[in-house]
Design a protein around this ligand. Structure first.
Ligand code: MG
Length: 411
């Protein structure tokens, strides 16, 4: 039998994949500023597809499934976790990106990676770890997401991290203090820290992910909040965005009033809220882009924010966020849990600082070698401990806490 050679792949460079469908102001993989370690292009994927794929295969991404968004992982099977939140951000982001002719793959990569640096136990965990790290350079989850993809993932023989493109890294670093930006700029001149010193904008794809994040958590926290019973439909009538689309839903489908239909009613309202916000972003941003008329992705970086809500949707989204803050994130049942979660993080930090030999070998060896992967400022031990704790899932942190202290603060 004759051997038939596989046909050679006809796509030789990622640069040629459908650039014509993207707008002039989109980030295109062909014009990427590239990776810190140069690599040959992949035969069938753009650089941004490859970024997205590297993120999906990373260890930190898999851990998101067991990390708290608002409710602790073990509190219920149906609540969002960091993983499902990130997937919802990616869905909303891709949907808006396609309408705006932006690069969907870059949006997806940023969305899937944006929360990789989150500690266990949500914002309570981050606050506690930041407090522990006060004398060691602090802890900030956005910067930690960048550390994960730049340094902490250990998957390649040639380099630390995932060696993502500049544009993916730029989008992942959503916020950054001036002090941290200066430190980044020293390590990487003209790099992802610079915009926080020059007060310029990131790409439209990055701006879009920030809004997709806000739209996603506002909507799913309404859903999870109602499911938990900590907030009620009656309370939500005070929130104009919810009230309006609840009225629309009931006008079109009066049967949603029946108590047995409450879940359908909530989903219908959330679906309408999501659509209204997505269309508002697309309409407002399209108009802003027409006025500003940027000719390239770099023009965008020197303009004002161009991906945004219209004024009234901005107000309504902020109103909803404020409602959730006051009634859900500060609900006694949530704050009681966050108080205990903070204690777990603080105890873990003290325990590893006092007994570094309790760290797993790979982490302990970083301490012995003096490798903190930050460029050298602060205590290596403290940074290694913070990296280790930040990478934990909720349940691993709870188990480690019990092992090291004998206490069981979270059941
Ligand atoms: Mg998020």
């Amino acid at each position: 039998m004759k051997n038939i050679a596989a046909p050679a792949l006809s796509i030789s460079s990622s640069a040629n994949l459908m650039p014509e469908v993207l707008a002039a102001y989109a980030c295109t993989a062909a014009q990427s500023r590239g990776r810190r370690m140069p690599e040959p292009p992949a035969p069938t994927r753009t650089d941004y597809q490859r970024d997205r794929d590297r993120i999906v295969h990373s260890t930190a991404f898999r851990r998101l499934v067991y990390k708290t968004q608002v409710f602790l992982n073990h509190e219920g099977d149906l609540f969002r976790t960091r993983l499902t939140h990130s997937l919802e951000v990616a869905q909303l982001g891709r949907s808006m990106a396609r309408s705006l002719r932006l690069d969907e793959d870059l949006v997806e990569a940023i969305a899937l990676a944006h929360d990789l640096g989150h500690t266990p136990f949500g914002h309570a965990g981050q606050d506690a770890l930041n407090e522990c790290m006060r004398d060691h350079g602090g802890f900030e989850h956005n910067l930690q997401s960048l550390r994960v993809v730049d340094s902490l993932e250990e998957r390649y023989p040639q380099f630390d991290g995932l060696n993502l493109t500049f544009e993916a890294r730029e989008g992942i670093l959503k916020h950054c203090s001036a002090a941290n930006a200066r430190a980044l700029e020293q390590l990487e001149p003209q790099g992802v820290g610079l915009r926080f010193l020059q007060h310029t904008q990131p790409s439209l794809e990055a701006q879009l992910c920030n809004l997709a994040d806000e739209i996603a958590y506002n909507a799913h926290d309404v859903d999870d909040g109602l499911r938990s019973g900590l907030i009620t439909l009656d309370q939500l009538q005070a929130v104009s965005l919810f009230h309006r689309y609840d009225a629309h839903a009931l006008a079109e489908f009066p049967q949603l009033q029946w108590p047995g239909n409450q879940r359908r009613r909530v989903y219908d309202v959330i679906r309408r809220m999501l659509s209204a916000q997505v269309y508002d972003v697309i309409t407002t941003s399209t108009a802003a882009l027409q006025v500003c008329a940027p000719q390239s992705a770099d023009d965008v970086r020197h303009s004002g924010p161009l991906i945004r809500f219209g004024d009234s949707m901005r107000q309504e989204s902020t109103e909803l966020k404020r409602f959730l803050f006051q009634n859900l994130y500060r609900h006694p049942q949530v704050t009681d849990m966050t108080g205990r979660a903070k204690q777990v993080i603080a105890d873990l930090f003290s325990a590893y600082m006092a007994q570094p030999n309790e760290l797993p070998v790979a982490h302990a060896s970083r301490v012995q070698a003096g490798i903190d992967k930050t460029g050298g400022s602060g205590s290596t031990l403290a940074r290694v401990v913070a990296d280790y704790i930040a990478g934990m899932t909720d349940r691993h942190a709870a188990r480690e806490h019990t092992r090291l202290t004998g206490l069981q603060l979270l059941d």
